[in-house]
Design a protein around this ligand. Structure first.
Ligand SMILES: NC(=O)c1ccc[n+]([C@@H]2O[C@H](COP(=O)([O-])OP(=O)(O)OC[C@H]3O[C@@H](n4cnc5c(N)ncnc54)[C@H](OP(=O)(O)O)[C@@H]3O)[C@@H](O)[C@H]2O)c1
Length: 308
């Protein structure tokens, strides 16, 4: 990828897309094209084809997707599977029709089986049943990976897929009904602090282990892989650092400055006890994350406060 290559970042207003845009700009790429969802609906086949035919991007980052938390995934599974499949089909096919040199699609760790050996290797894909709560979304993401692989096999294209662990950081979703664990903890602790609540109740025992990746590290890994990775097999992006939900909650509590007590509601489910990606493939290529969890959560909290 040259500094003046024409690069399309799809989904540039989203959490991941906006960070990819920042990283590309920081690295000196100067010919980046973007369209808002309102300007180009990637579910619309003819609009997507016209855009690719007119603009002829050379490199494409597909960070546009219908994304949501557990409640949204359970409530709107038909929308999750339909919208994500349509976006992938339109972008992958249009990339092929217009000789895109390299395409990257983004998936997530939910593509892996509900129960599988930890840390999760890329090879674990499709070895056992998925978690049911977000199956529709995961199936669409798996279809995206497989489409890229089959296009590479049949047409000799260079389409790659990346699977990040749980992301947090700038531009996160702070809707308490639909957010991931770090933004949810930030909102709960901040609200409890401002309302002088003596306790914050958290689901489960606090013992499950999770892995978190700062969004700017993910974006940096994406641009690095676009520059260097040529394999059809999808590749995990993670830190390899695990933390219990309890320790994570203590860090957020400390950063937010909440003085009350954390109470774990043992009657609520814990979910998977350990979920960490095997990141040896990307590590062996020489890529490392830069943002420590504490520093990342401080940035995320400032971002949250700025948007209140
Ligand atoms: N967030 C995470 O924890 C996480 C973790 C792992 C992987 N990922 C992956 O990263 C990718 C991006 O996620 P994100 O968290 O950045 O999501 P996000 O913040 O919701 O951003 C999604 C972007 O896609 C756009 N978009 C949605 N539907 C579209 C359509 N039909 N046509 C054009 N644009 C459309 C959105 O625009 P509007 O907002 O205007 O609709 C937005 O710019 C996803 O593939 C996701 O699987 C995310």
């Amino acid at each position: 990828m040259d500094k003046d290559s024409k690069i399309y970042v799809a989904g540039h207003t989203g959490m991941v897309g906006s960070s990819i845009l920042r990283d590309l700009t920081k690295k000196g790429y100067n010919n980046i094209i973007v369209r808002t969802h309102a300007e180009l609906d990637l579910m619309n086949q003819s609009a997507t084809e016209t855009f690719f035919k007119t603009e002829k991007p050379e490199y494409v980052f597909l960070a546009a997707a219908k994304v949501g938390g557990i409640i949204a995934n359970k409530t709107y599974p038909a929308e999750f599977i339909t919208q994500n499949l349509l976006i992938e089909c339109n972008v992958i096919k249009s990339s092929y029709m217009n000789n895109v040199k390299k395409l990257m699609i983004l998936g997530s760790s939910c593509i892996y089986p509900k129960v599988c050996p930890q840390p999760i290797k890329e090879k674990s894909l499709l070895t056992a049943p998925l978690e049911t709560s977000n199956e529709a979304y995961a199936i669409a993401k798996i279809a995206g990976i497989k489409m890229c692989q089959h296009y590479n096999t049949q047409y000799g294209t260079n389409y790659i897929s990346v699977m990040p662990s749980s992301i947090y950081g700038l531009n996160d979703n702070y809707d308490i009904n639909n957010s991931h664990v770090i933004p949810a903890l930030i909102v709960k602790m901040h609200t409890a602090k401002t309302e002088n609540k003596p306790i914050v109740e958290l689901w489960g025992s606090g013992t499950p282990l999770r892995e978190f990746l700062y969004v700017d590290d993910l974006a940096n890994a994406c641009t690095f892989l676009m520059e260097t990775y040529e394999d059809s097999e999808h590749i995990n992006i993670g830190t390899g650092n695990e933390i219990s939900i309890k320790d994570l909650a203590e860090i957020v509590k400390n950063i937010v400055g909440y003085q009350g007590e954390l109470v774990f509601d043992l009657s609520k489910p814990d979910g998977t006890l350990r979920k960490v990606l095997d990141h040896s493939k990307i590590s062996n290529m020489g890529w490392k994350p830069k943002i420590e969890l504490r520093e990342g959560i401080i940035n995320a909290y400032h971002d949250y406060l700025n948007k209140l």
